[in-house]
Design a protein around this ligand. Structure first.
Ligand code: NAD
Ligand code: MG
Length: 416
């Protein structure tokens, strides 16, 4: 493993030495109850995070929740968990929720800025980012800037702005990954020296099309792609899992989180999704984290660390599981993984471009505007047009994304 600067993993584990959040001492003094802000509370990750809260009401208090536009569910959650702040990204939906929650003593924030407000909310000491897409990057930076613990499910933050996130981490806050693979690596690295790590091995279920040839992928439908065999997740990540771009995004996420060179990040197919990932040490030994697939486990670990909270949501009965299988990824059939490695090695704004083109292409596929294999083609062609540039600021990332979306949209239009 070739770290590009010293011991980043301890940065993630321990966070910055001092925190600018004036409420932290107060919150930390009350060790039994942590203030939690959930960004994307109506989504797959958000609702599972609330189930973790339900299991530990004495340890977690929901102080802020945000959603894009699901008024019904956000209202229901607000009435149940009594946060003091709710945010709605859609202005129209925000007006509606404000009307419905009138007199409830809950502040309503509207527009994309509501994510920043919730991420830096003084009453929160932990922020769970379960937003989908690179819309999650500004609140990721805001949470770290405000000295929070960031439980990060939003992998697109790391892909679009990994360098910026690491810069933010040097000045404040701490980051605990929620993505199951990175949660597993985080778990395997507890008590280990990062210098003794040879490689990390990300497992991939392979998605619904594992074992299919390129020809067979040509005619798959949106419905086929949404039928994930082992995980129930939001629509965008489910399509990413079918193209294997999800694994590509996770390779880039692992590179930034654990300071692992791309040559030392391996991917292995594992259809049962029981081994969540592995760490390979210098002496050849491998450590892995296993459990039945259930996102409430990595969510819970990110909220409870350094403690572990029980009882478990699911017990894993190894004898009942029987055999666990591992195999090669068919990189010829699933080209998105190599596109992600290529963008990752290129560095700078290439990964922001990859991510934005992917978001655009997945939306076009879900809307029925193009075929499954066009996703990979649109991303590849967008990357071909990209001129290398550094990611110095959030503005740089936003501009690169706008450029990539426009280019990807043009290519998508030609495909339609
Ligand atoms: P989802 O679509 O189910 O939920 C997304 C949430 O974000 C919703 O609450 C939605 O209202 C909100 N949202 C959507 N667009 C937004 C925007 N532009 N601005 C602000 N909020 C917006 O998605 P999900 O499956 O919960 O995934 C969330 C994130 O977690 C993704 O980055 C995904 O890759 C990652 N993740 C998910 C899982 C999983 O099991 N679902 C596992 C690992 C990682
Ligand atoms: Mg994952």
């Amino acid at each position: 493993m070739q770290p590009t600067h010293e011991n980043r993993s301890s940065l993630i584990l321990a966070g910055a030495p001092t925190s600018p959040n004036p409420y932290n001492d107060l919150m930390n003094g009350n060790a039994e109850s942590r203030g939690l802000a959930i960004l994307g509370s109506t989504g797959s990750i958000g609702t599972q995070a609330l189930e973790v809260v339900d299991a530990h009401p004495e340890r977690l208090r929901v102080v802020a929740i945000t959603a894009h536009s699901n008024v019904e569910l956000l209202e229901e959650q607000a009435r149940k968990y009594r946060p003091t702040l709710v945010g709605m990204v859609s202005e129209k939906a925000a007006m509606e929720i404000k009307r419905r929650l009138e007199g409830a003593g809950i502040e309503v924030a509207a527009g994309p800025e509501c994510l920043i407000e919730a991420a830096a909310y003084p009453l929160a000491d932990t922020v769970l980012n379960g937003v989908v897409g690179s819309a999650g990057l500004p609140p990721t930076l805001a949470a770290l800037g405000a000295g929070k613990r960031l439980a990060l499910a939003n992998k697109e933050s790391m892909v679009a702005g990994g360098e910026l996130v690491l810069e933010a981490l040097k000045t404040g806050g701490e980051l605990i990954p929620v993505d199951s693979e990175h949660g597993a690596i985080f778990h395997c690295l507890r008590g280990e020296e990062i210098s003794e790590v040879e490689a990390v091995v990300l497992t991939a279920s392979g998605g619904p099309f594992y074992g299919r040839s390129r020809e067979e992928l040509e005619s798959v439908t949106v419905e086929d792609a949404l039928a994930h065999p082992t995980w129930s997740m939001g629509r965008k990540i489910t399509i990413d899992s079918a193209t294997l771009m999800n694994k590509g995004l996770e390779v880039i996420e692992a590179h930034y989180l654990f300071e692992v060179a791309y040559d030392a990040i391996k991917v292995v197919a594992h259809p049962q999704s029981v081994v969540h990932s592995l760490v390979e040490f210098r002496d050849g030994s491998l450590s892995a984290q296993l459990s039945l697939p259930d996102m409430r486990l990595p969510i819970s670990l990110a909220l409870s660390y350094p403690e572990r909270w029980g009882p478990p949501f699911k017990h894993t009965d190894m004898a009942a599981l029987g055999a666990l299988a591992f195999g090669e990824i068919d990189r010829g059939a699933f080209g998105c993984l190599d596109l992600a490695y290529r963008a990752g090695r290129e560095g700078g704004l290439a990964t922001a471009v990859l991510n934005a083109a992917n978001e655009m292409a997945v939306a076009a596929f879900l809307e029925g505007r193009m075929g499954f294999l066009d996703i990979e083609r649109v991303i590849g062609e967008t990357l071909e047009k990209y001129e290398p540039a550094r990611a110095r600021s959030l503005q740089d990332v936003i501009r690169a994304e706008e450029w990539a979306r426009a280019v990807a949209e043009e290519i998508t239009g030609e495909a339609a």
